[in-house]
Design a protein around this ligand. Structure first.
Ligand SMILES: [Ca+2]
Length: 145
């Protein structure tokens, strides 16, 4: 295996959680979407799409203590879903259509000014759309080993 192949994978941060070869890590401070994405990319990852209820449960259950501490200050956690390219068409950060969604009642409702998506722990971990410049923690995903 050459160095490029090695670099395609990341080690799961010590405060991350892993499920098979998937690792999830919460950026432990409030940043805007571009800055959270940069933190994820610095670890060879990206913002985490949430493909189904099982992954949503895995993240929110395992990171409950992190979320509980953070939600004292931050009520929302950024995830890897956005409709920045085409309003109302939600994609993940790997350029794929987001098939599964977990919107709270009445959401998404921000139109073209709210193109980022956040988990709201106080609302059953349902999703709200929000302004991408609002600073919150976010969930990174790494393919790890
Ligand atoms: Ca939007």
């Amino acid at each position: 295996m050459d160095e490029d192949e090695t670099d395609a994978y990341a080690l799961c941060p010590s405060d991350g959680i892993s499920n098979s070869d998937a690792c999830y890590w919460i950026v432990p401070k409030g940043l805007n979407e571009a800055a959270v994405l940069n933190m994820c990319k610095a670890h060879n990852g990206t913002l985490a799409s949430i493909p189904n209820q099982a992954v949503s449960n895995f993240i929110t259950n395992n990171l409950r203590s992190v979320l509980t501490n953070l939600t004292y200050l931050y009520a929302a956690i950024l995830i890897g879903v956005n409709d920045k390219h085409t309003e109302g068409r939600y994609m993940n950060y790997e350029g794929e259509l987001q098939n599964w969604t977990n919107w709270d009642a009445g959401y998404p409702g921000g139109g073209s000014s709210y193109n980022c998506v956040k988990i709201l722990p106080a609302f059953g971990n349902k999703w709200h759309d929000d302004d991408c410049f609002v600073e919150t923690p976010g969930v990174c995903y790494f393919k790890c080993r």
